[in-house]
Design a protein around this ligand. Sequence first.
Ligand code: ADP
Length: 497
Amino acid sequence: MARNRALLAIDQGTTSSRAIVFDRDGRPLATAQRELPQIFPAPGLVEHDPDRIWRDSLAVARDAIAQSGLDAVEIAAIGITNQRETTVIWDRRTGAPIHNAIVWQDRRTAELCRRLRDDGRQPLIQERTGLVIDPYFSGSKIAWLLDNVDGARAAAGRGELAFGTIDSWLLWQLTGGGVHATDATNASRTMLFDIHRQAWDDELCALLDIPTSLLPEVRDSSGHFGDTAEGLFERPIAIGGIAGDQQAATVGQACFGQGMVKSTYGTGCFVMMNTGEQAIPSQNQLLTTVAYRIGGQVTYALEGSIFVAGAAVQWLRDGLNLIAAAPDSEALAREIDSTGGVYLVPAFAGLGAPYWDAEARGAILGLTRDTGIAQIVRAALEAVCYQTQDLLQAMQADAGAPIELLRVDGGMVENDWLMQFLADVVDRRVDRPAVTETTALGAAYLAGLQAGIYGGLDEVAAHWRHQASFSPSMAAERRHELYEAWEDAVARVRTAK
Ligand code: ADP
């Protein structure tokens, strides 16, 4: 059998662990998936079982290889992509986690973060890490574990513990405890990493009282991280790439040029803009982050997220029973010419970028006696488009350069009506690729670069295959009118400013 015919991506997400085998052209050959149980110890707290994450990730990796009909020797390398910020601490000697993983959504460190903000730490933290102070990021979660797990601080002081985001945890397990490392994209989500110097920041670690002996070595996103331990697969396989999920999607969408933007529409929506070698500090409450680091060269990005995108469609289906299935939203939206002035602001869990209003709650505005199911469903879809425009405007203002087009992926982009309305509202072309599994694909590309399957990013970019484009066709006047009414609707739900 030929060597190096394929690449294996492990995509460890918030709700599932998946593995996909891709051929050299980036076509998926086999997929395996397991749902990941969510642990909710109390309101606002979300945990995962790290051992379960490891077991499932290994199982799906083995399943995907088996289904592909390939031999392990034909897998050139493994790429790992992961839910970002989720925090695990384990014992270096036994490999046993000291506590469940604290998931990115978990709010238990809100008080600690408030204190940091009140102490005036925001400018320093934004300057060094590109982030806003928020429980979302790993730093405060590490501090919580050290302060709340019996004996943890003392054990950390003796150098017995290791911290990792999920990529590090999987890498440690895959290498049989041989490698404690992460990549620059995952490190950039900890609130402890200086994205300019590309090093852990002693001052920030001291601020959170985190011993640096806990931290993994930070490496390029593409490189030889290690080989899988004996006995896991038929033969050891090299681990050649690691990136956080949104960064991996940026690679999978081949957004390698400065100014290129990808937007992922799943449960939430994540927009990332490549800003090249420049880390642009945001004046509009976006995050500055590492898009990828290859050959020691850092490429930066601006990132904005919308908490509720597809989740609003799920709510229409499960909460209100207005539709039987998510794709039904398309036919309903097409039934009418407009929502008749109805706006749905899906601030179910507050508003994300560029508003960052945690206390805001959702609203449906502009109801009349004529409002029916179609208007409300369509308003939920339209809201995703208006929020994307909010983010693009903020990005364009920060970057000082125009955004010409949008590469989209995620479950919602199957909705053609939504994609056309998106193009109309953002007034830019929207491109949908043939492979919308861009997160896993990006991890595979990073591993493929390391394995020498691709000579460079240009070669990867040549594999990006276009499936459909949506061009703006709405009159400017209507676009302005709709968007102004959206801004007015948002203003009514905001609690600050
Ligand atoms: P995640 O990776 O966040 O779990 P996916 O990328 O699988 O999400 O996308 C699923 C989301 O997309 C769900 O919230 C679902 O409601 C929404 N969705 C799926 N198909 C459609 C559709 N045709 N129209 C609108 N929304 C859709």
